[in-house]
Design a protein around this ligand. Structure first.
Ligand code: NAD
Ligand code: IPM
Ligand code: MG
Length: 364
């Protein structure tokens, strides 16, 4: 890295601060091994920011992000803030505006089975086989999440609520291009997910994806309806390489893919714009059911930090070293409760972080 990079560290709510502490520990180990320095600065975000500052994304946090080279994000939300008006809740007032502000349209969610964890998958062993490797490429700044109008009106039996699903050609084109480019570095297969049999937006999605695919004749493209895709993932995950999804379908299928690898706590993600500025976060949430117990799996957060080193800072060797340290930790049987075969043998969040940090090393 040419100069010291600035990282906005937004741990957020629930298990966010617990798993973030472990990711920072692992980053420090990588700094020591590879001789680079990150300037990490913490900012409040989410429900805890509402409690402290009256807003889920305080101005100080936004300016910290604007002055940084990347954002390392934990998770936001939880029961305490669910009764607030929807537009004030942490997810809608902090996370979605951050994605929009930095134009983070390209969300990468890799689901790969760690071979020693094949038994942690809820899928039958003959279906998991020797493991699958699926990359969900999710459009993140448009679709039904952001379409206007959106609202509620009327009263009584006629009271209604509505969202708008809308995609512009340029929005479909740019995410499709990303999916095809990435597929070229993998098994060269893209499955585009839609609901073109019902939704006009999705007829357009399919048409534009077909048009973009002409520039990538070496990549095999097929289309699949979302309902069938959800079923096919369970029946034969090996048929998939890159899943190209709109915002909502990608949200749903990526949770499904994560669990198919054994736990929500394993799924990292990168949300990128055209300049490779990124927000890096676990795909799972604040996990209120286990928050504060020191048992959350920090791997998704740690692997998100590795993705930051790779995609925003171009430090492939350090990213790979962290990924390898995670693989070796798992192979050594150091497992949190969500992935341990015997819960009595499970380690806590901090022990898992220690185990990964101690295994970060340069290439042999
Ligand atoms: N990026 C984000 O900030 C983000 C993402 C998803 C959900 N959320 C928010 O989080 C809150 C809880 O949402 P939810 O319950 O639907 O989803 P969740 O992902 O928080 O939890 C779903 C299940 O997965 C488990 N899980 C998740 N991460 C884990 C980890 N690291 N280790 C072990 N187990 C883990 C949880 O214990 C829970 O049983 C909501 O307020 C939601 O809006 C935030
Ligand atoms: C918390 C929520 C807004 C978010 C989403 O729906 O995008 C989350 O579920 C995710 O997958 O990152
Ligand atoms: Mg989600």
């Amino acid at each position: 890295m040419d100069r010291e990079k600035r990282v906005a560290v937004l741990a957020g709510d629930g298990i966010g601060p617990e798993v973030m502490a472990e990711a920072l520990k692992v980053l420090q180990a990588a700094e020591a091994v590879f001789g680079f320095r990150l300037q990490c600065e913490q900012g409040d975000v989410g429900g805890c920011a509402i409690d402290r500052h009256g807003h889920a994304l305080p101005a100080g946090t936004l300016s910290l992000c604007e002055a940084s080279d990347a954002i390392l994000f934990g998770s936001v939300g939880g029961p305490k803030w669910e009764s607030l008006p929807p537009e004030q809740q942490p997810e809608r007032a902090a996370l979605l505006p951050l994605r929009k502000r930095f134009d983070l349209f390209c969300n990468l969610r890799p689901s790969r089975v760690f071979p020693p964890l094949a038994g942690a998958s809820p899928l039958r062993s003959d279906i998991v086989g020797d493991g699958f490797d699926i990359l969900c490429v999710r459009e993140l700044t448009s679709g039904i999440y952001f379409g206007r109008p959106k609202g509620r009106e009327g009263e009584g039996a006629d009271e209604r609520a509505f969202d708008t699903m809308c995609y512009r050609r340029k929005e479909i084109e740019r995410i499709a291009r990303k999916a095809f480019e990435i597929a070229r570095l993998r098994k060269k297969r893209v499955t585009s997910i839609d609901k073109a049999n019902v939704l006009t937006t999705m007829v357009f999605w399919r048409q534009v994806v077909n048009e973009v695919s002409r520039d990538y004749p070496d990549v095999q493209l097929n289309h699949m309806y979302i309902d069938n895709a959800s079923m096919q993932l369970l029946r034969d995950p090996h048929q998939f390489d890159v899943l190209l999804c709109g915002n909502m379908f990608g949200d749903i299928l990526s949770d499904q893919c994560a669990m198919m690898t054994g736990s929500m706590g394993l799924l990292a993600s990168a949300s990128l714009n055209e300049t490779n500025f990124g927000l890096y976060e676990p795909a799972g949430g604040s996990a209120p059911d286990i928050a504060g117990k020191g048992i959350a799996n920090p791997i998704a957060q740690i692997l998100s930090a590795a993705m930051m080193l790779r995609h925003s800072f171009g430090h492939e060797a350090a990213a790979r070293a962290i990924e390898r340290a995670v693989e070796e930790t798992i192979a050594a049987g150091v497992l949190t409760r969500d992935i341990a075969r015997d819960p009595a043998q499970a380690v806590g969040t901090a022990q898992m972080g220690d185990a990964v940090a101690s295994r970060v090393r340069a290439d042999d």
